[in-house]
Write a protein that binds this ligand. Structure first.
Ligand code: CO
Length: 150
């Protein structure tokens, strides 16, 4: 495993759309392992492949002591609303409030190409939405509330 550089806002790659993963091979596994290590090293709770400069639809998440890998994720349902603090390893020093669904169900593949469905609430729902946005070139600062809340 290796720690990779996290791309920072201003780099145009963060605005590009990531491509679907078609090969669930060793190259993908190395990428995921490196992403996990990079996320942990940077005290993050999520990382998308584009943030290490790879335009693939792959995400790692570490929320509530639960480590999750999502390949080609799609949000299949969402409900409720929460507006909580958010940050991003690619927007260091910035924190803002973003409206997200309270509960989100995602369909994705694991690193071996097996499809699964997972539902997350609160912090996990937020992480799903934040990271899936990265795959579309969207950053949380685009959706941030302008007015600070208590
Ligand atoms: Co982010």
């Amino acid at each position: 495993m290796a720690i990779r550089n996290v791309v920072q806002v201003g780099d145009e790659i963060l605005r590009k759309k990531s491509k679907e993963v078609k090969e669930f091979d060793e190259k993908l596994w190395i990428l995921l392992d490196d992403m996990k290590e990079t996320m942990i090293k940077n005290d993050g709770c999520g990382l998308a492949a584009v943030q290490v400069g790879i335009l693939k639809r792959a995400i790692v998440i570490d929320v509530n002591h639960m480590y999750i890998e999502l390949i080609n994720p799609i949000i299949i349902s969402s409900s409720g609303e929460l507006c909580e603090k958010e940050g991003c390893l690619s927007c260091k020093g910035q924190i803002g409030y973003v409206k997200r669904p309270q509960e989100v169900t995602v369909k994705a593949f694991d690193r071996y190409g097996n499809e699964f469905v997972i539902t997350g609430e609160n912090l996990l729902a937020k992480a799903f939405c934040h990271e899936i946005d990265h795959l579309e070139g969207v950053l949380f600062i685009d959706k941030m509330e302008k007015v600070k809340r208590k």
